[in-house]
Unconditional design. Structure first.
Length: 231
């Protein structure tokens, strides 16, 4: 009898202790978003709802562009003529399915028209080894030349010197950044070609001077031309 009583007291004490520990455990509650994130979430939700009709045309447009990109990548190493035929067929398919593009229809029509117009020279890079597919490197070279001219002159607009002597100044600005030339390398090898180049530059400079004289005093410039014609 005493053993049973002790057992009941022990069970009651364990139950009471477990209840007390359970009440002390932290309760997992759902945390709320901070006010800034909540406001951002509301703005994004409203933006997506307001532009819901614009996303399907963009998805269709990117689908067309991804297909065109895959053709131009040419993983099969096909000839330029084969790539051109596949690309023009893809443009025809785009024009046939241009209605789902919605507000992008006019832009894609212009894209297809320009691609078809210049298709003759767009695919030479697949047949000529070393010919780049884009003019990005060429644009980079012109950008380097513009930076050099701006640093040297302080002018941000069009520089007349580049127009007159661009054939030598641009080349010098681009090549001098890649290589340091010695005196022997700078010495002309073909003097006749060097003289012809200097003559062309002098003619351009003279044309530029005449244009400046005309802008400065048009009446006097035209009178001098008329006097030379009447001689």
């Amino acid at each position: 009898m005493m053993g049973v009583l002790r057992w009941r007291l022990a069970v009651s004490a364990c139950t009471t202790a477990s209840r007390r520990s359970a009440t002390r455990l932290p309760v997992c509650r759902k945390k709320r978003l901070p006010p800034a994130l909540k406001q951002l979430h509301q703005l994004l939700t409203k933006g997506l709802q307001a532009t819901a009709t614009l996303w399907p045309p963009l998805q269709n447009a990117y689908r067309f562009l991804d297909q065109a990109k895959a053709i131009l990548a040419n993983p099969e190493q096909d000839t330029g003529q084969h790539v051109r035929e596949r690309y023009l067929a893809h443009l025809a398919q785009m024009r046939g399915e241009i209605a789902p593009l919605g507000p992008l229809e006019e832009a894609f029509e212009h894209f297809c028209h320009q691609s078809s117009t210049f298709a003759i020279g767009l695919f030479q890079c697949y047949d000529v080894a070393g010919l780049p597919r884009t003019n990005n490197e060429l644009e980079h070279c012109f950008g380097v030349a513009r930076v050099h001219e701006r640093r040297a002159t302080g002018r941000r607009g069009a520089i007349p010197g580049v127009v007159v002597r661009g054939s030598v100044r641009v080349m010098a600005a681009v090549t001098s950044k890649q290589q340091v030339f010695s005196l022997e390398e700078l010495r002309p090898k073909d003097y006749q070609r060097w003289r012809d180049l200097r003559r062309q530059l002098q003619q351009r400079e003279e044309t530029r001077r005449q244009q400046w004289r005309f802008r400065k005093d048009p009446a006097a410039y035209l009178a001098a031309i008329e006097a030379r014609l009447l001689q």
